[in-house]
Design a protein around this ligand. Structure first.
Ligand code: SF4
Ligand code: SF4
Length: 301
């Protein structure tokens, strides 16, 4: 059973209409700028938000393993912590929380189905996100089938690092659409910034394009704009060329959001990117417009 980070209702950003977004915990990539750093690992984690802490020290008294201290840089000694959650129970302010909860297909579906009336009136549905939902192929296939039975449109967001045969067999027949992230075209840079080669990701996209066309399913490539990494003219032109060579005609550009830096710090994994000025700010309209121009020949949605 995968861990679910959150099922976020009323989303307007993850596909058409009003949607519920399921965030799976776990990802085969390790992107240096990951906007959902809490979704990288498949195991449960502790989050500590100093802004919410009222300094009562109830958690220090509750912890039998001596894993909490005001002396360390990150408050929680994650090597000592065994996730007993006594501190979370004791914390009166919500500053400490557990990240990731095991949920069954039935539990996830029941939560999503609460919003059926909104999906019907807005043309929305459910979006599987993360993390990487295809890390849990069997679970995902059962969830998509259950939602289809309830008449709920589904989108699977993926980083493309999956077993293509399994995806075609288990996921494609059940998903309404696939949103496919492409980040860095140069393989050496992809290895450095995302932790793995992009060979399988590109190969899978090339394979999925005609397959989705044959099935009449939308396959939408998306590029997250990361200052100095993906949002360079060279990278975007290379991705645009690749998409056109695959027969794709549309692409979505995802605007950079610096709030991930804060999330990373709460998990005790502050990013080295935090020292870069461009990573701490939002992109300007002019910068985004430059990125759009680099995708010439493709419809930007
Ligand atoms: S989860 Fe348990 S072991 Fe970990 S810090 Fe909290 S009380 Fe201590
Ligand atoms: S119990 Fe919560 S509010 Fe009190 S010191 Fe610990 S983290 Fe802060």
């Amino acid at each position: 059973m995968p861990l679910i980070l959150e099922i976020k209702g009323n989303s307007l950003d993850d596909g058409p209409g009003i949607r519920s977004v399921v965030f799976f915990k776990g990802c085969p990539l390790d992107c240096s700028w990951c906007h959902n750093p809490e979704s990288k690992r498949t195991v449960a984690e502790m989050s500590y938000d100093p802004a919410e802490c009222v300094g009562c020290d109830a958690c220090l008294d509750a912890c039998g393993r001596g894993a909490l201290s005001r002396d360390g840089a990150h408050f929680i000694d994650r090597d000592r912590c065994d996730m007993c959650l006594e501190c979370v129970e004791a914390c009166p302010s919500g500053a400490l929380s557990r990240v990731g909860k095991p949920m069954s297909v039935q539990e996830v579906a029941a939560e999503i189905e609460k919003d059926l009336p909104f999906f019907r009136t807005s043309g929305g549905g459910a979006t599987m996100s993360g993390g990487e939902p295809t890390m849990f192929m069997g679970f995902l296939a059962r969830l998509l089938a259950r939602l289809a039975e309830s008449g709920i449109h589904t989108i699977v967001e993926t980083c493309g690092q999956f077993d293509a045969s399994e995806f075609e067999r288990e996921i494609l027949p059940r998903a309404g659409a696939v949103y496919y992230d492409l980040k860095v075209f140069d393989d050496d840079l992809h290895r450095r910034e995302c932790g793995v080669s992009n060979a399988r990701i590109l190969e899978n996209f090339r394979r999925m394009q005609p397959e989705c066309e044959r099935l009449g399913k939308e396959l939408l490539a998306r590029v997250p704009l990361i200052p100095g990494v993906t949002a360079t003219r060279e990278n975007l032109e290379a991705i645009a060329g690749f998409l056109k060579s695959c027969g794709a005609s549309r692409v979505a550009l995802l605007e950079y959001n610096p709030l991930w830096l804060e999330k990373s710090a709460k998990l005790g994994r502050p990013s080295p990117c935090a020292s870069q000025r461009s990573m701490r700010s939002w992109m300007t309209r002019a910068e985004i417009e430059q990125c759009r121009r680099a995708m010439a020949g493709l419809q930007i949605v």
